[in-house]
Write a protein that binds this ligand. Structure first.
Ligand SMILES: [Zn+2]
Length: 493
């Protein structure tokens, strides 16, 4: 008899400062995959589910049972109705397809719902109660998870991606699946420990190809090897959630009979000590667009402008025109920018001829179109890029050229800027622009670094402002840098 492994997930990164609630409709128009539809979407792709499928399907001993996966684009609080609707379908399919010898889960790890602030802890605990203590539950995470003790206690092992932009998703899927095999086929035993740092790393400093996060990853690997741990993973944390577990952390997994008994505690002490010594390197520079503009003449074009305050992948509106307005005001043209504005797309769809003016974005910025075309808004990404998505859908969309030489893509679904195909599929050549605005911080770099030599992280207003201290938190843990300077004892294991 083959061992039966369930595959399931609820995936949402919730920005609790966004006013845009996440309803069931957002999950329905995101990914709502039941049973065989999961493997159909992700087999052979670069997603964590792809890695899980690859390992599980390559073994004769295992049968991967696809249950349910729901995903919505990052946005505001998940409504109580949405979570209830998702869970009732999840448990229905879970019961129908069981029993299971093990369960592989795919949460994001920063989900917040109206009545369960620790949404992932809540559903993982329910899953544990259904499965019982003897069935291993192992999962992947986005490193922008704010991991709670309940999430760690409800699972046997969690593997966050270790790159930002996230281009190692398939790898962590394989790791999670291999740990399942280590338990079920090899009888190995593991213990998971969550180490919360008294630190929330600024979004601006979360690029893992550079210091300080690159050093942190190197440290994690050294500590893992030195203390004979099975796994040591960094969690960057998601800054825009007013929850108790806000902040950065490490997950340590020790192995019985291999890791010395004091291994996890000593490793935790070293990681905390390092965070204490380098605390201030985790804050960002936060340069305004007016600080950047004088530097543009010396930069090779196109320049990538990362709109940190309207970071769609962090749950912002995707409707800010702040950078477009500033560039227009400075007389800088040949810009590409994408703005979510279904009403503007509809006006163009109904227009006869080119309208004299068009109002776009959340603050009603008026542009003067020179020409426009309507597009279907769908494209595919087949190479490993942040998010691991294959099929993108922007909804009915339009590409507008303004009289002052800007190119504005208007979409009717909020769209993350993770793929160059967003331009190429519609015959827009990235090299033909002087400025490309990407509404994100680190994630778009994987898509744009080959065409843009200069990456400018711009401190802009919005629900994902780079400066966490601009938001009012009521529930976060404390002391937590950069809100406070934690005392020495906060860094003790
Ligand atoms: Zn992430």
């Amino acid at each position: 008899m083959k061992k039966r492994i369930a595959l399931l997930g609820i995936y949402h990164e919730t920005n609790t400062f966004s006013q845009q609630l996440t309803t069931l409709a957002e999950f329905r128009s995101g990914f709502w995959l039941e049973e065989g539809a999961i493997t159909e979407e992700y087999r052979g792709a670069h997603h964590e589910i792809s890695g899980i499928i690859e390992v599980m399907e390559s073994s004769d001993e295992y049968e991967l049972v696809s249950v349910f996966y729901a995903y919505a684009t990052p946005s505001g609080m998940v409504t109580a109705d949405a979570l209830e609707g998702i869970l009732s379908r999840l448990w229905e399919l879970y019961d129908k397809n069981g029993p299971y010898d093990g369960i592989l889960v795919v949460p994001h790890g920063a989900g917040v719902s109206e009545n369960h602030p620790d949404m992932d802890g809540y559903w993982l605990q329910q899953l544990r109660a259904r499965a019982g203590d003897q069935v291993p539950i192992i999962g992947t995470l986005d490193p922008h998870a704010n991991v709670s003790p309940l999430m760690a206690d409800s699972t046997n092992g969690l593997f966050p991606y270790q790159t930002n932009p996230h281009i190692d998703q398939a790898r962590v899927g394989r790791e999670a699946a291999r740990m399942m095999i280590a338990i079920l086929s090899e009888g190995r035993k593991f213990t998971q420990t969550l180490v919360q740092l008294p630190l929330a790393i600024s979004i601006e400093q979360q690029y893992t190809s550079e210091s300080p996060c690159l050093d942190l990853l190197q440290l994690a690997e050294n500590v893992r090897a030195q203390h004979r741990l099975y796994s040591v993973s960094l969690l960057l944390g998601f800054p825009y959630a007013d929850v108790a577990e806000l902040g950065s952390a490490f997950i340590l997994i020790s192995e019985t009979g291999h890791t010395p008994s004091s291994g996890s505690r000593e490793a935790a002490g070293e990681l905390l000590g390092y965070a204490r010594r380098h605390l201030h390197s985790f804050n960002g520079k936060k340069l305004h667009i007016r600080d950047w503009i004088p530097l543009f003449p010396g930069m090779e074009k196109p320049v990538l402008l990362l709109d940190m305050g309207d970071n769609v992948g962090g749950g912002s509106s995707a409707q800010s025109t702040h950078l477009l307005e500033e560039l227009d005001r400075a007389g800088l043209s040949r810009t590409f920018i994408c703005i979510y504005d279904p009403a503007a797309v509809e006006r163009l769809g109904n227009a006869s001829g080119v309208p004299a003016e068009l109002t776009v974005g959340e603050n009603g910025y008026v542009i003067v179109p020179e020409s426009y075309r309507l597009i279907e808004g769908k494209f595919k990404e087949l190479t490993p890029k942040h998010g691991g998505f294959v099929n993108y859908d922007m909804g009915a969309s339009a590409i507008v050229r303004t009289v002052n030489g800007q190119t504005i893509m208007l979409t009717s679904l909020r769209t993350v800027p993770f793929s160059l195909q967003q331009l190429l599929a519609y015959d827009l050549q990235p090299e033909s622009f002087d400025f490309i605005v990407a509404k994100g911080v680190n994630a778009p770099i994987a898509a744009y670094k080959d065409v843009c030599r200069h990456l400018c992280k711009v401190d802009t207003p919005g629900d994902t402002s780079a400066d966490m201290t601009r938001f009012t938190f009521h529930h976060r843990r404390s002391p937590l840098f950069p809100f406070e300077e934690p005392p020495a004892e906060a860094f003790e294991a």
